[in-house]
Ligand binder design. Structure first.
Ligand code: F0G
Length: 451
């Protein structure tokens, strides 16, 4: 089952094309919708030729102790479920994936829950979940002989793309909204040698410009409209299922920006289910920031069947997206798994992020929407205390240190945003104090720090 079996199927009209026939902007020539990678052979093959669940589970676990480069990747370890390359020797890997699943003991206790976990995708080589998608799609770019790759980004995709392109010896072009991305991410694109253009527009404007560029020049588009990105980004679903010994958790909670990640995780669990590796899919819920909530509005107004773009505003800059490309795929995932789609405020995000920090994990603001969303779902009685829940933390806390410092200094939120949250803010803030360089002054600071 290692041969390259895939084709692309349009999510809108069902049109099927060969992978190499996709347009540069990855839109369907018939209806303009996005494609999904499909492995028709899995269904056609019968008997011993069909993927054998027991053999795959054994093989994937064995590879964890293998010295082979591909086996050490948490994406390519599962390569039987992403046969997108003619030759796996073309894979470009930084040993992504295999990220930790941490129990959240204190948060679980505070929420009256038995089993709460964080799948920390910020523990990837460039500090975000984007690495799992980038290893897949950039490998396709290399195999197809591209010299240039490009993306529009709120920062993490560009950091990942620049790193993987540098490893492969390809050139990369990054379009980012000027002044609206975290410094850590901008510094990565520069460090990994990308041509970085800050455009005087937002993320959605950067996408528009880049779409025109790739339609004019031979540059390979690595935004998540590229369906190969999702093949890599589905592998955390496999890791989570493996960590639960192939009995999936009850509920997965994912942040929503351009909505590829929730779509990819849905695809991962769906394929595991169809292939008989797991008995069911978890519920998958998507959480957006209140000021960047087009999918939430879509569910409120149209049951997820239509989406109107919004002008996006949130300090969680990673998900400051008003016109998400993969909204249809994400809506299907939420609907078919019985999940929810809701939004959270700026203060709820900031408090949830500090709570995760206080558990020793830390994450980007965009990742903290998951915990903020869980708290709402618990309060509304939608998640029972005995359900197992996994929060997908998408980015590393050091990506956006300014946000964290502003929070602890008390300068992040406006007084209007802080109203009603005073107790939580007081409990969580740990501003750095300036004290005299004497033991007694430092010990006095210890006494002054309330628990
Ligand atoms: N969390 C982080 C840290 C992100 O960087 C992103 C997206 C998301 C969540 C949302 O994921 O778009 O698949 O729904 N960042 C993109 C970027 C858009 O350009 O780095 P999504």
């Amino acid at each position: 089952m290692n041969d390259n079996l895939h084709q692309l199927r349009c999510f809108g009209c069902g049109e099927r094309i060969a992978g190499s026939d996709a347009r540069p902007d990855f839109r369907c020539a018939q209806c303009g919708d996005l494609f999904e990678v499909e492995y028709a052979g899995w269904n056609q093959r019968k008997g011993h030729d069909r993927p054998n669940p027991g053999a795959l589970k054994w093989l994937w676990r064995e590879r964890r102790s293998s010295p082979e480069v591909l086996d050490q990747s948490g994406v390519w370890r599962f390569r039987e479920l992403l046969p997108i390359l003619d030759n796996f020797g073309n894979a470009v890997t930084l040993r992504e994936g295999n990220t930790p699943l941490y129990p959240l003991i204190r948060t679980a206790k505070a929420l009256g829950m038995d089993q709460l976990f964080a799948k920390h995708q910020g523990m990837n080589p460039t500090g975000s979940f984007k690495d799992t998608g980038m290893t897949a799609a950039l490998s396709v770019a290399r195999e197809r002989g591209f010299e240039w790759v490009a993306c529009a980004s709120t920062g993490n995709t560009s950091a990942a793309m620049a790193a993987y392109a540098a490893r492969a010896g390809l050139r990369s072009l990054v379009l980012i909204p000027e002044g609206k991305i975290a410094w850590g991410k901008l510094s990565q694109a520069m460090d990994y040698g990308a041509v970085t253009c800050q455009l005087k527009t937002d993320f959605d404007g950067c996408v528009r410009v880049l779409t025109e560029i790739v339609n004019q020049s031979r540059i390979y588009l690595l935004n998540s409209v590229n369906p190969y990105r999702l093949e890599g980004q589905k592998t955390p679903a496999l890791e989570i299922a493996e960590a639960f010994d192939w009995a999936v958790p009850d509920h997965l909670i994912v942040p929503g920006g351009n909505l590829a990640n929730s779509s990819a995780l849905g695809k991962g669990f769906r394929e595991l289910h169809e292939l008989g590796l797991v008995a069911r899919m978890p519920r998958i819920s998507v959480i957006q920031a209140e000021g960047a909530n087009p999918l939430v509005r879509s569910f409120r107004a149209h049951q997820g069947t239509a989406m109107e773009p919004v002008e996006a505003h949130t300090r969680a800059t990673a998900i400051r997206i008003g016109n998400p490309a993969s909204w249809r795929k994400a809506a299907r995932t939420v609907q078919e798994t019985g999940g929810w789609c809701l939004d959270v405020t700026e203060s709820e995000i900031a408090i949830a992020k500090a709570e995760l920090g206080a558990e020793g994990l830390g994450c980007e603001p965009a990742s903290a929407v998951t915990l903020a969303g869980l708290k709402k779902l618990r309060a509304e009685g939608k998640i029972a205390g005995n359900e197992s829940v996994v929060l997908v933390l998408t980015g590393h806390t050091l990506k956006d240190a300014d946000y964290t410092i502003d929070f602890h200094r008390g300068t992040l939120l406006t007084s209007q945003e802080m109203a009603g949250h005073e107790a939580d803010l007081e409990r969580l803030r740990r501003n750095a104090v300036v004290v005299d360089a004497t033991p007694s002054a430092v010990l006095a600071a210890l006494e002054g720090s309330a628990e």
